[in-house]
Ligand binder design. Structure first.
Ligand code: PLP
Length: 273
């Protein structure tokens, strides 16, 4: 496996960043996960825009997007695979043993892993922990993901593949690595960015392509929504068939099935929508 590490392509066995990298010591970094099909990245421009927004939100220098594109192309070429996930990581870089950043500049690492197709439907749980919609990191795709790791482990322990968070005022927000959509009286809704969720790229495309409304929703909509689905780079549009103890009708409902179809068609026809 070949990876891009700070300006060069390296075999994963010799790919190194410092043990004092801020990304490791204090979780000061940002990332993107980009799906590739047949060696072609999907929605790379949108991912790079979000990388820049996350860098600015965290006070990191703007990433050199030409270098990031070159790095992605080099890693894709060096690791041929049908379905892949590019992982772009950009961190605060080398620091002394403290929480101030050093002066050596950020680290850029790009790696590629294989992915298998997800099932069309999945089970989710809700968790009692909240997303802080007013926090400094709200809406940024940072490497400080430990809270998501804890929530996802709870989901896995309960036979689910995703955990959903409310925000601090009890509104439905997002999953550990996905956005959420619900159907109420036949109309598709998703929480607004102000709920504290990540501005998911799949979410934005699903809103554009399926006409979902951005609506503040209480967490308890999950108890009566007619349909629920998740969106993310690795799930695309994935129906939910169980939320906590509640079973939804098996198989994607009509609104979800249509959103899946539209997404597949349009994403298949336009790699950089
Ligand atoms: N929300 C969180 C917290 C995520 O980490 C992700 C993706 O990793 C998403 C939502 C979905 O975003 P995207 O569709 O851009 O993958």
């Amino acid at each position: 496996m070949w990876m891009w590490v700070n300006g060069e392509l390296r075999d994963a066995a010799d790919a190194r960043v410092s043990v004092l990298d801020h990304g490791l010591t204090v979780g000061d970094g940002i990332f993107e996960t980009v799906r590739t099909t047949g060696g072609r990245p999907f929605a790379l421009t949108r991912h790079l825009d979000r990388l820049t927004r996350s860098a600015r939100g965290l006070g990191l220098p703007d990433p050199d997007l030409d270098e990031v594109r070159r790095a992605c192309a080099a890693v894709i070429e060096a690791n041929p695979m049908e379905l892949g996930r590019l992982r772009i990581t950009y961190t605060g870089g080398l620091s002394p043993l403290g929480s101030d950043r050093g002066n050596d500049g950020p680290s850029l690492v790009v790696a590629l892993g294989e992915v298998t197709r997800r099932p069309d439907t999945t089970a989710v749980i809700t968790v009692p922990w909240t997303r802080n919609e007013r926090g400094a990191l709200a809406g940024l795709k940072t490497t400080s993901y430990a809270e998501n790791v804890v929530a996802l482990a709870r989901a896995h322990a309960q036979g689910a593949s995703e955990a959903l968070f409310a925000n601090t005022v009890g509104q439905l927000c997002e999953g550990t690595g996905s956005n959420v959509f619900v159907v109420l009286d036949g109309q598709l809704h998703t929480p607004p960015i102000a709920s504290g969720c990540l501005a998911g790229i799949t979410r934005a495309l699903a809103v554009e392509w399926s006409g979902a409304l951005e609506t503040e929703l209480h967490l308890d909509v999950l108890e009566h929504a007619e349909e629920i689905f998740l969106t993310s780079t690795l799930r695309d549009v994935q129906a939910v068939h169980r939320v906590d103890g509640r079973e939804l009708p098996g198989g994607p409902g009509p609104v979800t099935a249509k959103a899946m179809r539209v997404f597949e068609e349009r994403a298949g026809n336009d790699l950089d929508p």
